[in-house]
Design a binder for this molecule. Structure first.
Ligand code: NAD
Ligand code: IPM
Ligand code: MN
Length: 361
């Protein structure tokens, strides 16, 4: 039994996680595995009702009773401080030490690419998920005066650079063998210089991988002009955040971008890269594909034959729907969230039955 903690969160988070659960049900029925979700009531609604963001009891249940989390999005205009997103989303990444944020993008249909021609785009952003300016160290002086001073401290530690880069090198080995570290070591020689030191040391362990560094501004430009050059893209928490939205835009946008946040061997959190999209929340038109592909990443990480087959069948069903134009408006289609979800479930029901051979057989 695959147990999953479900944190739908705010806005379209609830809509896309409900869709992902429907697809998990269809995949389980078709490919012969069982799964069970435990719902966590966390987010803006609860915060407005009770003042709670991530109470200790919920955190302990997530940490001790679960290894997999499927999350929607956090952010609500009624909570301008964004405190629930900070405590829950960034809080879980920090407190569960989910140091790898993996954000793969692949062009499923050339029509979705805003670039000229038909470039081949298949890249994965590996974002450090616990440090940089996200650590919350800093403060304000003379707040709300004309002389206000604000400070946010950027942290890089050698162990965090090393473990993230090793993970990225291993991933590059399973992909096309090219790794690009993106940083601003020219402007931030201390924190981002440390990334380069770490790369210089670790690349010797991976002589088969072509590793290079690019300044992040140039990287942003080359991702647009030469996207095929990129395979594994490594960045700190801030650079990785920005480049992952850019990467998503190359293949159709946030509605198609899944992610995982991992502490390998301990916890894994799966979530769409997009946010709570208050502009379309409640309208039934949110693209569920990023959340559905995040659920497929969860299944792919399970390691059984049934879940591996289910993961690739879901990816195929999404790709087929995209190519057929059976999509929500963000991808140019005219379907709603429920219709896209139903189509993907129908494709799974009809997916070829491959016999399930256990890995140890
Ligand atoms: P967003 O990703 O929510 O939306 C950006 C744009 O993309 C919007 O126009 C939105 O309609 C569109 N969009 C996003 N996902 C879509 C989908 N699945 N289908 C169709 N269109 C989609 O980013 P934002 O507007 O900058 O942020 C809104 C809130 O979400 C903020 O509070 C922000 O802090 C939060 N946020 C949360 C996460 C997260 O929980 N992981 C990530 C990003 C932003
Ligand atoms: C993401 C989001 C978050 C981040 C925000 C909501 C704090 O943009 O998950 O990419 O910056 O990590
Ligand atoms: Mn982001």
């Amino acid at each position: 039994m695959i147990r999953v903690a479900l944190l739908p969160g705010d806005g379209i988070g609830t809509e896309v996680i409900s869709a992902a659960c429907t697809v998990l049900d269809a995949a389980a029925a078709r490919f012969g595995f069982s799964w069970q979700g435990e719902h966590f009531d966390l987010g803006a609604e609860r915060y407005l009702r009770t003042g709670d963001t991530l109470p200790d009891a919920d955190f302990r249940r997530l940490r001790d009773d679960h290894t997999r989390i499927l999350l929607g999005a956090f952010g609500d205009p009624r909570v301008p401080s964004n405190i629930q997103a900070k405590d829950i989303l960034l809080g879980l990444r920090q407190r569960l030490d989910l140091y790898v944020n993996l954000r793969p993008v692949r062009l499923l249909d050339p029509r979705l690419c805003p670039l000229r021609g038909t470039p081949s785009i298949d890249m994965a952003v590996v974002r450090e998920n616990t440090e940089s300016v996200y650590v919350g160290i800093g403060g304000s002086l003379r707040p709300d005066t004309a002389d206000e001073v604000a400070q946010s401290v950027m942290i890089a530690t050698r162990p965090a650079c090393d473990r993230l880069l090793r993970h990225a090198f291993e991933l590059a080995r399973r992909r096309r063998g090219v790794l690009t570290l993106c940083d601003k070591a020219n402007a931030i020689p201390e924190a981002h210089g440390l990334w380069r030191k770490s790369l210089a040391a670790i690349r010797n362990e991976y002589p088969d991988i072509q590793a290079r560094t690019l300044y992040a501004d140039v990287a942003a430009m080359r991702m647009v002009t030469h996207p095929h050059e990129f395979d594994v893209i490594v960045g700190d928490n801030l650079i990785g955040d920005i480049l992952s939205d850019l990467a998503a835009a190359l293949v159709g946008g946030l509605g198609l971008a899944p992610s995982s946040s991992l502490h390998p061997g301990r916890h894994a959190l799966y979530e769409p890269v997009h946010g709570s999209a208050p502009d379309i929340a409640g309208k039934g038109i949110a693209n569920p594909m990023a959340a559905i592909l995040s659920a497929a990443m969860l299944l792919g990480d399970e390691g059984s034959a049934a879940t591996a087959q289910a993961a690739s069948a879901i990816e195929q069903a999404v790709e087929d729907a995209v190519r057929a134009g059976a999509t929500t408006p963000d991808l140019g289609g005219s379907l709603g969230t429920a219709e896209v979800t139903a189509r993907i479930c129908a494709a799974l029901d009809a997916a070829p039955a491959t016999p399930w051979v256990p890995a140890h057989a």
